[in-house]
Design a protein around this ligand. Structure first.
Ligand SMILES: [Zn+2]
Length: 362
């Protein structure tokens, strides 16, 4: 029997086995993601339900700041996003960067996250690649000072309090590297590296080169020999900004290929030999705050008629393979909404049919 790991390794080699690889992640696991046992169980159940070809570990998005003392309000319901629930930031004044120390990996938040990854990896025994989520050190610093909705705060720290921000960057980067090593020891096959291209755009090329990219690449180089599947998730931004990440030493890229502001799979294939991850629209009209949109989760999997949805997905999967070639993993451009979950089985059915058709003409 072909394992999920074999399908991903085949994609890296430009081969398709019984079917092309596919994977999705999302939504966040808001009610269970601050307990290692609960979070691991939810992740294992998710994987067993949908048969994806890799596991993008879906932590609360704020675990790193949380380890530095960020105060988070517990989620009250499944759509109450922990990453939006900061009550007090870890850093509230640029001078506080100078007081920062690398948190323990043996207890507290990082121990919790490492244990969750270990439980997941131990469960699947190498049959499914496990990719913990880590962000760029600069992005983590943004999450520690204001988060996605106040990105200007961290920019101001680097602009007006550069000496302090540089001390912070050194500590955050060191922490990221130690944490990644620990995830690898726990059984990670590689990383889902969250780079917010939108933030890169706000930083501008010069600040990005000096305080973003250099550290990102150093993080990857540090685990390079001990991992085999690292994917750069280039979220937000646009086609031009995505190109700033192209020389990152990763095996795969994932971005919003369905968004007209971004490169298509075909355009991206001209720019890189890496595995391209995409092809489907995970969110036609997404919103972070409107519960009704979160529930409805409009996407390529939406619609009332099973055969119409299936035909749409099939055409898009075939188009993605034509555009990207065999070094492809079918996915969305970011996390899927809760309303998509019941349709993942239909998508798997499409992957099997496409695989059978490819193998029939081989
Ligand atoms: Zn994203």
């Amino acid at each position: 029997m072909i394992t999920h790991t074999q399908r991903v390794k085949a994609a890296l080699e430009g081969k398709i086995l019984d079917r092309p690889a596919f994977a999705a992640w999302g939504p966040h696991m808001n009610l269970v993601d601050r307990n290692a046992k609960d979070f691991a169980k939810a992740t294992i159940d998710y994987q067993n339900a949908y048969n994806f070809d890799f596991i993008k570990v879906m932590p609360n998005g704020m675990y790193f700041p949380e380890a530095f003392g960020q105060k988070l309000r517990n989620a009250e319901h499944i759509l109450d996003e922990t990453w939006q629930n900061t009550e007090i930031n870890a850093i509230n004044d640029p001078h506080e960067w100078a007081k920062l120390k690398v948190p323990s990996m043996k207890e507290g938040v990082f121990a919790r996250e490492i244990e969750a990854v270990k439980r997941i990896a131990d469960h699947f025994q190498g049959d499914v690649p496990v990719l913990p989520t880590v962000f760029s050190p600069f992005i983590w610093m943004g999450e520690m000072t204001g988060g996605f909705f106040r990105q200007e705060t961290i920019l101001a720290h680097f602009k007006y309090s550069e000496e302090y921000a540089k001390i912070g960057l050194r500590i955050v980067n060191e922490t990221n590297e130690i944490l990644m090593e620990e995830f690898v020891k726990a059984g990670a096959d590689g990383f889902f590296l969250g780079y917010q291209a939108g933030m890169a755009g706000l930083m501008g090329k010069e600040m990005f080169e000096e305080y973003g990219k250099k550290y990102d690449i150093a993080n990857i180089e540090k685990v390079k020999g001990k991992t085999w599947f690292n994917m750069a998730h280039v979220c937000h931004g646009n086609a031009e900004l995505t190109e700033w990440f192209l020389d990152y030493p990763v095996e795969a890229f994932n971005w919003a290929d369905q968004d007209p502001e971004h490169h298509s799979l075909e355009e991206m294939r001209k720019l890189t030999d890496a595995v391209l991850i995409g092809g489907l629209n995970h969110s036609v009209n997404g919103s972070y705050r409107d519960l009704s949109i979160m529930l409805k989760s409009p996407s390529d999997l939406s619609g009332g008629d099973r055969e119409t949805v299936k035909m749409r997905v099939k055409r898009k999967v075939e188009a993605a393979i034509r555009a990207a070639g065999p070094k492809v993993i079918i996915s969305g451009g970011c996390g899927w909404g809760i309303g998509s979950l019941p349709r993942f089985g239909l998508w798997e059915e499409v992957m099997e049919e496409v695989g059978a058709e490819i193998n029939a003409v081989k």
